[in-house]
Design a protein around this ligand. Structure first.
Ligand code: FAD
Length: 317
C-alpha cells in the first residue's frame, strides 16, 4: 500500500511515476519499454491511468451522423497485473466515476482484488468531448468523494446487493487527486479544498496533485490543506516540459500556470531537443527543493516518455 511504503521509507523521498496504457492495437512491450529505464530508481509503485470511451461522429453518405463509441486506450487493469507479475512492484489503476455505473465500479474493484491489486486512485474523470459539463452515468457516482465511499464500503464488506453483506472484504488503499492551482471547475481554491477534505473523510488515504511548475504553489496548497484539517500524505505530481507545443497545451488542458522564466527559456530554445533539456533542468530543480523539504514521494507524469524522467531521477534519487 502507498501509505505503508511511505511509512517504511522513514523520511527518505520515494520515486514513483504514472504511465498511460498504449493506444489500442499496440503491444504491451511498449509499456515495458517505458518502465524498464526507470526501474533502477526502485519505484515502490507505478500508476496506470484510465481512459474512458469517447464518442466519434462519422458522416454517412445520406448526410446523417453515425455515432461511434471508441475506447482508445483500454487495458488499465491488465497492465497493472502484468507490471506486478513482471517487476514485483505495486501497480495502481486509476478508476473513474465517468462511464461507470456503481455496478460496473463494484465489478472492476472485484477484478482488481482478485488480481492482487491493493491500491487504487479514485477520480471523477473529465467531461467527454461531446459534453460541456461532466455527466455521470445514470446509476453512477457523480463526484470522486462518492466513489471513495463506494470503495471504502467494499473494504468494509458493504456491497450494492444487501444479500452479499459481510462476505469478501477488499482492502484497498485509496488515493485521490488534489489541485494546487484549484480544479478548473472549482469557483475557488478554498471550496476545492473543502471538497478534497470530503474525499479524505469518506476514506481516502493520500492525495496526488495535479502537475505544477512553481513549488511555492505546492507548499501553499499543503499549508492550506493542513489548516483545513487534512492530515494525509500529499504527493506532488511533476512533469518535465519536453516540447514547445506544451507551452500552450499544458495551461489549456490542465489549467495550470507556467512561470514566466520557464516560458521565456522555452520560447527562446532553438528546437525541441533544447526544450527537453530546459524541462529536465527545471524539473530537477523542483524535485531537489521538494526532496529537501521532506516531501515523502515525488511522482512523475511520464506520458509515455522515460528518458527525461530518467535523467531527473539520476540527479535526485
Ligand atoms: P472531484 O474530486 O469529484 O472534483 C471535481 C470538481 O467538483 C471540483 O471542482 C470540486 O471542487 C467539485 N466538487 C467535488 N465535490 C463536490 C460536491 N459534492 N458538490 C459540488 N462540487 C463538488 N482523468 C482520467 O480520465 N483518467 C485518469 O487516469 C486521471 N488521472 C488523474 C490523476 C491525477 C493525479 C489528477 C490530478 C487528475 C487525473 N485525471 C484523470 C483528471 C481528473 O479526472 C479530472 O481532473 C476531473 O475533472 C476531476 O477529477 P477529481 O477526481 O478531482 O474530481
Amino acid at each position: 500500500k502507498v501509505t505503508q511504503h511511505i511509512e517504511k521509507a522513514n523520511g527518505k523521498p520515494l520515486f514513483s511515476f504514472e504511465i498511460l496504457p498504449p493506444l489500442k492495437g499496440q503491444n504491451i512491450q511498449c509499456i515495458f519499454d517505458n518502465i524498464e529505464p526507470l526501474m533502477e530508481f526502485k519505484p515502490p509503485f507505478i500508476d496506470v491511468t484510465y481512459h474512458r470511451e469517447e464518442y466519434e461522429y462519422k458522416e454517412l453518405p445520406n448526410g446523417l451522423l453515425e455515432k461511434k463509441v471508441v475506447k482508445k486506450r483500454p487495458g488499465t487493469v491488465g497492465i497493472c497485473s502484468a507490471i506486478q507479475n513482471k517487476y514485483q512492484v505495486d501497480a495502481i489503476p486509476h478508476i473513474l466515476c465517468g462511464g461507470f455505473t456503481k455496478e460496473d465500479t463494484e465489478n472492476f474493484l472485484i477484478d482488481m482484488d482478485f488480481l492482487g491489486i491493493d491500491n487504487v486512485v479514485a477520480l471523477r474523470g473529465d467531461a467527454v468531448k461531446s459534453e460541456i459539463y461532466f455527466k455521470p452515468e445514470k446509476e453512477g457516482n457523480t463526484y470522486a468523494s462518492e466513489l471513495v465511499t463506494q470503495i471504502s464500503n467494499l473494504n468494509n464488506g458493504i456491497y450494492l446487493d444487501s444479500d452479499l453483506q459481510n462476505t469478501n472484504k477488499t482492502d484497498f488503499c485509496i488515493g485521490v487527486a488534489g489541485y494546487p492551482e484549484k480544479h478548473m471547475e472549482a469557483p475557488s481554491l478554498d471550496s476545492d479544498i473543502y471538497f478534497l477534505k470530503q474525499k479524505i473523510k469518506n476514506g481516502a488515504d493520500y492525495i496526488i496533485t495535479q502537475m505544477f511548475f512553481d513549488n511555492q504553489k505546492f507548499f501553499d496548497f499543503v499549508d492550506k490543506c493542513r489548516a483545513a484539517g487534512i492530515t494525509v500524505p500529499i504527493i506532488p505530481g511533476l512533469k518535465p516540459i519536453s516540447t514547445k507545443k506544451q507551452l500552450n497545451l499544458i495551461p489549456h488542458r490542465f489549467k495550470v500556470d507556467l512561470p514566466d522564466d520557464l516560458i521565456m527559456e522555452v520560447v527562446k530554445a532553438k528546437d525541441n531537443e533544447a526544450v527537453s533539456q530546459i524541462g529536465i533542468e527545471w524539473c530537477t530543480a523542483q524535485s531537489k527543493e521538494l526532496a529537501k523539504a521532506g516531501i515523502p514521494v515525488l511522482h512523475y507524469y511520464s506520458m509515455g516518455k522515460s528518458d527525461n524522467i530518467r535523467q531527473i531521477a539520476s540527479e535526485v534519487f
